[in-house]
Design a protein around this ligand. Structure first.
Ligand SMILES: [Zn+2]
Length: 493
């Protein structure tokens, strides 16, 4: 992809860094899936050592990259290589090895403690770890430097150049529109807020069969992924031919596991459809979490929760879950699209989901800005949930302890979920100019949609920054109008 000798030299030196990412990614996947609990300490040690090796390798690229930067007439691909490595260089130049090591080690140990705390609904167990993580993340933000709010430095790690101003610009019209839409749905009772199926227990083996059928309907390529079980569903892209997804089986309300599978498949398809010439380079993967979430949310909501997809799933559900025969297809569609205040983010409907994100965004800004202490967070969380979502958690497991992110040190991550929803709205609108999306879903062959996403989004990897990719492909940046329009058409028509 580049004949320039300096760029070739950069790419050659990047190969061991790619391999360290690969090894570290596999260790993290194992931590979430199969690792015995008592291994947390040694795993944290190993991951921290790998992070330090990465730091050294990245810093070793400084001279070559500064040479590359001065070259004239670089292609988009070559500019992408330089931009991505410069971001890593900035990080590792500013963050001392001691902090790199401590962040990684603490996050690994905290993940295991959080699981226990969530199970027991016991914040005190997790509190000292969260305190440590917040302190380390504040330190990280200070070292990285920022304009405006220190939280900007942390968001930038997940979404290049994202600022609280950007997020506020998205949230403020989004919140007022979502409140209006929610009000209309509630008063018209067109979509209920609860359903009997939420309490119906399922057989796990039968549910696994359903999920395998869902993978088939989505056309997941057999030999390039696997699906396992974890406390919190996630996707880990190991390479362009190896993606791991997970789900969880909670024993009742069968839609939760199905939609987590569809969501993670959206991430996985992205990782698998990046142009293979980008393999082993810093461009092999999406440019940001917002863009990544746009893919998972597109499949989960715009495809998965559609009437056409419900129609595809209905016979599969009927075949595997005996209790389905008591419910009509329309019933199942409504159960997939319940709208109303709920406690758990990952199970929230399309309309109220973004309120859950605002709660986390506000809490994180307070923590990093020093406006609240960790011990105050459970109470603040409950108040904000009541204010935005309209419901107050009865215990901490369904409140402040529900998400894995903070234990993994992922502060600044949450806003990218809402950006993902917003970008998915933009993508759907753009895609509909080229494809009859509903018709394609109805026929049950997702290939035209996958091909469109590959051509327009996936194949570029992270050649372009998230803002540039949106401008190039969608002609707009983080514009919530399209999402609002989609929700109005679906829920208010
Ligand atoms: Zn996701």
């Amino acid at each position: 992809m580049s004949k320039n000798p300096v760029i070739q030299q950069v790419l050659e030196s990047y190969k061991p860094i790619w391999a360290l990412n690969h090894a570290g990614g596999l260790l993290e996947w194992d931590l979430e899936t199969y690792m015995p609990v008592d291994a947390a300490k040694s795993r944290g040690f190993a991951e921290a050592q790998i992070a330090l090796m990465r730091q050294q390798k990245v810093l070793g690229l400084r001279e070559t990259v500064s040479k590359a930067e001065k070259l004239d007439g670089l292609s988009d691909y070559e500019k992408g290589v330089v931009r991505n490595i410069k971001r890593e260089l900035k990080y590792f130049t500013k963050i001392p090895p001691g902090l790199v090591e401590e962040l990684k080690r603490t996050a690994t140990e905290a993940t295991v403690v959080w699981r226990e705390a969530r199970k027991k609904s016991d914040f005190a167990l997790f509190e000292p770890y969260l305190e440590k993580i917040v302190q380390l993340k504040k330190e990280e933000a200070d070292k990285l430097g920022y304009e405006g709010h220190p939280y900007n430095a942390l968001m930038d790690l997940f979404e290049e150049d994202l600022t609280t101003q950007d997020v506020d610009r998205v949230f403020s019209p989004l919140v007022s529109n979502l409140k209006r839409i929610l009000g209309k749905i509630v008063s018209s009772r067109s979509f209920p807020s609860s359903h009997k199926l939420e309490d119906v227990a399922y057989d796990e083996e039968a549910m696994r069969n359903v999920n395998n059928e869902v993978l088939r309907v989505l056309g997941m390529p057999d030999k390039t992924f696997r699906m396992d079980v974890s406390t919190h569903p996630f996707t880990a892209g190991m390479s362009l031919d190896d993606v791991r997804i997970t789900t969880r089986y909670e024993g009742k309300s069968f839609r939760e596991t199905i939609f987590s599978v569809i969501h993670e498949c959206g991430h996985a398809l992205y990782d698998l459809q990046v142009d293979h010439s980008l393999e082993y380079t810093p461009l092999a993967g999406g440019p940001s979490l917002g863009i990544h979430e746009s893919q998972s949310r597109f499949w989960e909501n715009f495809v998965g929760r559609s009437r056409e997809f419900t129609n595809l799933l209905y016979p599969i559900l009927k075949k595997n879950l005996t209790f389905i025969s008591q419910y009509s297809e329309e019933d199942i569609y409504k159960y997939f699209n319940l709208v109303g205040p709920s406690l758990i983010r990952v199970a929230a409907d399309e309309v109220t989901y973004n309120f859950h994100i605002i709660v986390r965004y506000e809490v994180e800004k307070m923590l990093i800005g020093g406006e609240a202490t960790v011990s105050e967070i459970p109470a603040i969380w409950d108040d904000l949930m009541e204010e935005y979502v309209g419901v107050r958690p009865k215990n901490l497991a369904e409140g402040v302890l529900q998400d894995v992110h903070w234990s993994g040190g992922l502060i600044g991550y949450f806003p990218t979920y809402s950006l993902g929803n917003v970008i998915a709205g933009m993508i759907t609108s753009r895609m509909k100019r080229d494809l009859n999306v509903q018709d394609i879903i109805k026929r049950g062959d997702m290939n035209p949609i996958k091909a469109w996403l590959r051509e327009n989004i996936h194949k570029w990897g992270s050649i372009y920054s998230p803002k540039d990719l949106q401008k190039k492909v969608l002609g707009d940046v983080y514009n919530p109008e399209y999402l609002v329009k989609y929700l109005e058409e679906k829920y208010l028509a």
